[in-house]
Design a protein around this ligand. Structure first.
Ligand code: 26Q
Length: 822
């Protein structure tokens, strides 16, 4: 029995933000001054940013060395966690580093008189946005917990030169611009010249000395670039190691000397292209090929690195699993167990069964989505061309798997076909494909979903056959978020209030928030909670006018939906409700409407036409509503462009209402829902993902729950759902759809939203029509409660109080107990 245990430093509550010691601050200043002196314009915010980042990095590097030494000497039973992810959405690093070093306050003071304000310096830093959304931000929160809990660990990712695209809005439409986050250099990065691994592609497999040997046709070098992740209230750090592909030779010297300068470096272009962008559009064959190569680059370099470290520390190849965890953040790194098999079989000569046991001891996998179309598969021909030895290994794993199935379920060929790692193709989708989730499950000792509902549905739907075959493999670990970034740093006003009310210990033990629950009759506390919210809303109002030109009333109810734009997340349902509200106000402006500001932010995938139409419709509706004199200030509609980690930090503390309205059974967990509630927003939401567990923790009366539940949705689907029936019964809904259709929001153009409308009236895949009336009823309850500020704030306080279980520290504790110690 092996274990993973965090060091679980008894975090002195006060040390989380307080100075860890004078030497740290003095060292920081010395390093800071040295860096600044080298700058042409030392008073500029960008010079201060660079100097502060380099000075912080220097202090963190010292902690890194100590942590590495401690980890190498860890107890024999303790496993090191390797978290493989194609995405890490780290956001900015400086404020987090200063706060972890315990010198944020001192640095702010020191910056004040001589240089720009610290806040202006922090604003200079570009987000590290090497991810798309929830899955990538979860990985970043995990690193924070790894470091804070003192868990021996590495995050492994790719160093994309262009992360998530920057979103601009032109004439109401999303326009994508490349994200040039490295343009001013990256002071946080530590290149590790000694850590370089060859990664092969293509070629053939031969027999040599009784072993299979892969002879790749092409090799690139994976160069390690480290990013130190500081822990809070501890001197422990974790490491995010990102791979940069390089050509094995800088240039072909003979070609260069012949004067063919471009040709002499052509191979460099091919190698470096692997790092250009996050998620190349996979609608083209060239894009898919690049994506598969990226996945293998991540996997191969990471597995070589962990194996080398394991051997260096004196481990035997067959003990890799006893000493190491190889965790797959969704299936994107699912080639890792195949690569570890290859190394153990072909390089270390382990027999198959021993190698397979070792791999399965090490590997675990998290699924993040039930959408069948998001389940990754690879064309078998492409797979075999790029990774011939890995395809052989996949076939061998499959053979043994199917033998096991035939013994347990003789004659059930249909079951065997469903469980196979290979999809044999169908009339609609011809061609054989490798099923990455099936590979990940076969290679893992434990597979988890990310909320209770999601984990249950996972074993009842997409992985039902696997769960019958291997029920003991499946478990749940509900997501969580880091209170350090999402409360302490994003919301200093609320943090200070909490410190006074319940002490400072919540940073390291979020369950302490529970002490607030009994205080919901404490009028002075509720008044201060409201004052903090009001100040945050004022700050956001300034951001809104600066970025959109729209003036909003900070006294209005801030109703916020921020997340990727996706049909299942139902931003469109929210917008339909906004239109209905506008129509009602226009009908009877004399009534006592409580002012509302509806705020959206989020990016649409560049090839996702329907999601882009929704962004355009939001802008078209805003144009009409925001200029309707009958509305005056009772309704404002805002779309904040370029949503990302930093914008979320500005928005979340200012929200009154959090929109979590996905079709029940579609949102695996959600993590924004937790961040909102932690910042004192009330949730309007469906019985979906982690909303359910939040309701259970907070008390269901303190959320506005509406809509069909997952079982109801499944029943509607089974009956043959007909959206038109729901429309026919609802005059408000008819009027809303009519307004969109008759060009009210498109200058009389009746074609612009025809396809979008038709998707609602014909198929309505996400059941907006079925949930519309109940959603409006829930919104009416929101309006009613908001008229009673004390009651609203009491509910807000209860929401904060119930967020203890949604700390990422609890999540990682669960992984340690349920997944990584197995
Ligand atoms: C699939 C096939 C081929 C290429 C890429 C993909 C792909 C890429 C990214 C599939 C899925 C993703 C991202 C999924 C994701 O972000 N899921 C979110 O994960 C969060 C953390 O667990 C949850 O809170 C969200 O509910 C879930 O949507």
């Amino acid at each position: 029995m092996t274990t993973v245990t965090a060091h679980l430093h008894p975090v002195a509550a006060a040390s989380a933000t307080g100075p860890i010691g004078l030497p740290t601050l003095a060292e920081f200043h010395a390093a800071y001054q040295r860096e600044l002196a080298q700058h042409a314009d030392p008073a500029s915010p960008s010079a201060c940013l660079r100097a502060a980042a380099l000075a912080s990095r220097q202090l963190l590097a010292a902690r890194w060395a100590v942590t590495q030494g401690d980890d190498a000497r860890r107890a024999p039973s303790q496993r090191r966690v390797h978290y493989l992810s194609m995405e890490f959405l780290m956001g900015r690093a400086l404020q987090n580093a200063l706060s972890a070093l315990g010198i944020e306050g001192d640095v702010a003071a020191a910056f004040g008189d001589r240089a720009p304000a610290l806040a202006d310096v922090l604003e200079q830093e570009p987000d590290a946005a090497l991810g798309n959304g929830g899955l990538g931000r979860l990985a970043a929160c995990f690193l924070d917990a790894f470091a804070t809990l003192g868990l021996p660990s590495f995050g492994y990712g790719l160093r994309y030169e262009h992360g998530m695209f920057a979103q601009a809005i032109e004439a109401g439409r999303q326009v994508e611009h490349p994200d040039d986050w490295l343009r001013n250099g990256q002071p946080w990065e530590l290149v590790r010249p000694e850590l370089r691994y060859p990664v092969g592609f293509g070629g053939c497999v031969v027999d040599a000395d009784g072993r299979r040997q892969w002879q790749p046709a092409e090799t690139v070098i994976a160069q390690a670039v480290d990013f130190v992740v500081p822990g809070h209230g501890t001197e422990r750090v974790s490491t995010l190691r990102q791979w940069q592909a390089q050509a094995p030779r800088s240039l072909d010297f003979a070609t260069f000397c012949r004067g063919e300068h471009a040709a002499s470096a052509a191979h460099r272009h091919d190698a470096e292209a692997l790092n250009w962008v996050l998620y190349p559009d996979d609608s083209t064959a060239a894009g898919r090929r690049l994506r598969l190569k990226q996945e293998f680059l991540l996997v191969s370099a990471s597995v070589q690195d962990l194996l080398a470290r394991h051997l260096r520390e004196g481990g035997a190849p067959a003990d890799v699993g006893a000493r190491n965890v190889l965790h797959l953040n969704d299936t994107h790194p699912a080639l890792a167990p195949a690569e570890l098999m290859r190394l153990l079989l072909d390089e270390h000569g382990l027999p198959w069964d021993e190698a397979w046991r070792t791999v399965r001891d090490a590997t675990s996998y998290t699924n993040h989505t039930l959408m069948p179309e998001a389940l990754e598969t690879w064309d078998l021909a492409l797979f075999g061309e790029l990774l011939p030895r890995h395809l052989e290994i996949v076939f061998l794993i499959n053979q043994r798997l199917l033998d096991e199935v035939r013994v347990l379920h003789p004659g059930d060929d249909a079951l065997a076909a469903r469980l196979s790692l290979i999809d044999e193709g169908s009339a609609e989708r011809p061609g054989r494909r490798v099923r990455m989730a099936a590979l990940a499950i076969a290679a893992s000792h434990t597979v988890n979903g990310v909320s209770a509902l999601h984990s249950r549905l996972m074993t009842q739907t997409i992985f039902a056959d696997h769960a019958r075959l291997w029920p003991e493999r499946f478990t749940n670990v509900t997501n969580g978020v880091t209170p350090r970034r999402w409360l302490m740093q994003a919301n200093p006003g609320l943090s200070a209030l909490l410190d006074e009310a319940i002490g400072r210990g919540w940073r390291a033990d979020l369950s302490q928030l529970q002490a607030l629950a009994e205080r919901d009759g404490d009028a002075p506390l509720l008044a201060r909670l409201q004052a903090v919210k009001q100040a945050n809303k004022q700050r956001l109002a300034a951001v809104i006018v600066q970025r959109t030109g729209i003036v909003v009333d900070p006294a209005s109810l801030f109703d916020v939906q921020i997340k990727r734009i996706h049909e299942y997340k139902r931003q469109l349902l929210n917008l339909l409700q906004v239109i209905a509200r506008w129509q009602a106000i226009a009908d009877a402006p004399q009534l006592d409407w409580h002012p509302r500001t509806v705020i959206f932010a989020g990016k649409a995938a560049s090839a996702y036409v329907r999601a882009k139409e929704i962004i355009r419709l939001i802008h078209d509706v805003a144009e009409v509503v925001n200029h309707d004199p009958r509305c005056r200030d009772r309704l404002k509609l805002v779309f904040l462009p370029n949503y990302g980690v930093s914008l979320a930090e500005a928005i979340l503390p200012a929200a009154d209402l959090s929109e979590q309205i996905s079709t029940a059974g579609t949102e695996a967990s959600g993590t924004g829902n937790m961040k909102f509630a932690l910042n004192g927003a009330l949730t309007i939401g469906t019985w979906d993902g982690a909303n359910i567990e939040m309701a259970e923790s907070v008390g269901v009366d303190h959320l506005f729950v509406f809509g069909q539940r997952a079982e109801g949705i499944a029943a509607l689907r089974a009956q043959g759902y007909c959206p038109q029936d729901w429309i026919n019964r609802d005059a408000v809904l008819q009027r809303v759809l009519a307004a969109i259709g008759n060009g009210t929001f498109s200058g009389g153009d009746t074609t612009r939203y025809q396809a979008l409308l038709q998707s609602l009236t014909d198929e309505d895949r996400y059941f907006l029509m079925a949930d519309f009336a109940d959603y409006r009823a829930a919104q009416a309850r929101v309006d009613a409660l908001f008229r009673h500020p004390a009651a609203w704030q009491a509910s807000a306080l209860r929401n904060i109080a119930g967020m203890g279980p949604f700390s990422v520290d609890r999540t990682i504790g669960d992984y340690i107990r349920r997944v990584w110690a197995a």
